[in-house]
Design a protein around this ligand. Sequence first.
Ligand SMILES: [Zn+2]
Length: 129
Amino acid sequence: MSKTAPFGKNFLKEIKELLLAEQIKLQAELAKFTNKNPHTPDDFDATFPEYGDEDDENAREVADYTTNKSLEISLENTLRDITKSLKRLDEGTYGVCKYCDKPIDEKRLRARPTSGSCVDCKKTLTDEL
Ligand SMILES: [Zn+2]
């Protein structure tokens, strides 16, 4: 594999489409229960549900808000990874392992387009944990 141009144009196009589709899906998912922060990109705030004023309704509001909040955080993190990957695609640095600077396996990138490290580094890191 050549280090200067590790990926073909078609592959990068395919990855970009995957990332954009995922980005739209996540934004639609977040829009269901959050308000977008107009000042910070990729920042959302879970809305507090309103079911009523009874005790059990209030309890459900808090429970659902807690669930939404943790879902919001995990979706936001994925969305940020996608935004970062799209930026790297534009800059031409996409698919390069952040630890060893080698190109990441195409199969791995297809399965998980936001991967930032190659299989070998990932393995080494997980083994050390
Ligand atoms: Zn690596």
